[in-house]
Design a binder for this molecule. Structure first.
Ligand code: ATP
Length: 309
């Protein structure tokens, strides 16, 4: 009995962690609204991560058969680098992230992570490898501490504190009378959109996954706070050589990416490259940049008014 209880206890805690991370994903992506027809293949194996390279190979996908969102799309997101996906509203940027989580299967083509077709790996191992700051972060009816700790339930209070400092939210939390014990969520204190985003970033930093996705993660922040937070995120990503994908409207938040992919009308609009390369090639990106650069700074605060919409 004794011999058995040890591994069972261990399995129990692994199970709880897994359950938690799945709950996390489901809540974050509001799965009620998403049709999850995706099942593990009988031969599915756990994802084996090497550097975290992502390849879209001739991917065609649409939510409805008569309305394709991505048409024969191919690109590579290099391992350990920062990639941005930009393009007009509705062009399928968030869809790329949803496909990577395998909330849907592609209709044609394939998606590879470190050479493995994501349809051949267990969805559990796939989703455990990915962390996301979604467009709208749901909060749980609980304390701020718990809401951050949700990223990794085994994290200590010190680790929560360190993550929230890096996410530039510690000072605000400390200014609340009840600090980290402040209740948030529907029945708690209302926190602003920008505070929520930073809370989501601290949650993600705590989870510390190999692949990190940021979907308009700083859109509700003023330019100054946004730059400070992005600076912190960038240095963590660099230091750990993590693969990251940023979806953004405001080009100024992603121009320092190693690679920028421009999506338009269901296709990759021009050969991906760095900001400099895309500006020099004088294509879609450079005209978008020119338009945004002439917008007054004030309209950039708050709601992402300076966008590609
Ligand atoms: P934005 O910049 O506005 O967030 P996006 O480029 O991220 O847009 P997606 O969210 O990927 O765009 O959506 C691409 C298209 O697919 C949109 O026209 C959207 O209305 C549609 N779409 C998204 N989710 C679904 C769904 N679950 N069912 C049907 N259509 C959907």
């Amino acid at each position: 009995v004794f011999q058995l209880s040890v591994p069972l206890n261990f399995l129990g805690s692994v199970y709880r962690e897994l359950r938690q991370s799945l709950l996390d994903m489901e809540t974050l992506f509001n799965l009620q609204k998403v049709n999850i027809a995706v099942k593990d293949a009988p031969h599915a194996k756990p994802l084996e991560l090497k550097g975290g390279e992502i390849v879209f190979e001739n991917v065609t996908f649409g939510y409805h058969p008569d309305r394709p969102i991505l048409r024969n799309v191919s690109f590579t997101i290099p391992a350990g680098k920062k990639t941005a996906i930009v393009g007009p509203s509705g062009c399928g940027k968030s869809t790329v992230l949803r496909l990577l989580f395998r909330f849907y299967d592609v209709h044609e083509g394939r998606i590879l992570i470190d050479g493995q077709d994501i349809r051949d790996v267990t969805t559990e191992s796939l989703r455990r490898a990915i962390g996301v700051v979604p467009q709208d972060t749901p909060l749980f009816n609980n304390t701020i501490e718990h809401n951050i700790q949700y990223g990794r339930i085994s994290a200590t209070a010190e680790e929560v504190l360190a993550a929230s400092k890096r996410a530039k939210i510690h000072d605000i939390i400390s200014s609340f009378p009840e600090g980290y014990q402040t209740m948030v969520g529907e029945r708690g204190m209302m926190i602003s959109g920008g505070e929520k985003q930073r809370l989501a970033v601290s949650r993600l930093l705590l989870k510390d996954p190999p692949l990190l996705f940021f979907d308009e993660a700083t859109s509700a922040l003023d330019t100054h706070t946004e730059q400070a937070l992005l600076g912190n995120i960038n240095s963590i990503l660099k230091e750990k050589a993590r693969t990251s994908v940023f979806v953004a409207h405001r080009l100024r938040t992603i121009y320092d990416s190693d690679q920028i992919i421009v999506l338009q009308n269901g296709a990759v609009a021009e050969t991906p490259g760095s900001h400099e390369q895309l500006i020099n090639s004088g294509g879609v990106y450079s005209s978008l940049w020119a338009v945004q650069e002439t917008m007054p700074l004030e309209t950039e605060n708050g709601d992402g008014a300076t966008t590609l919409r």
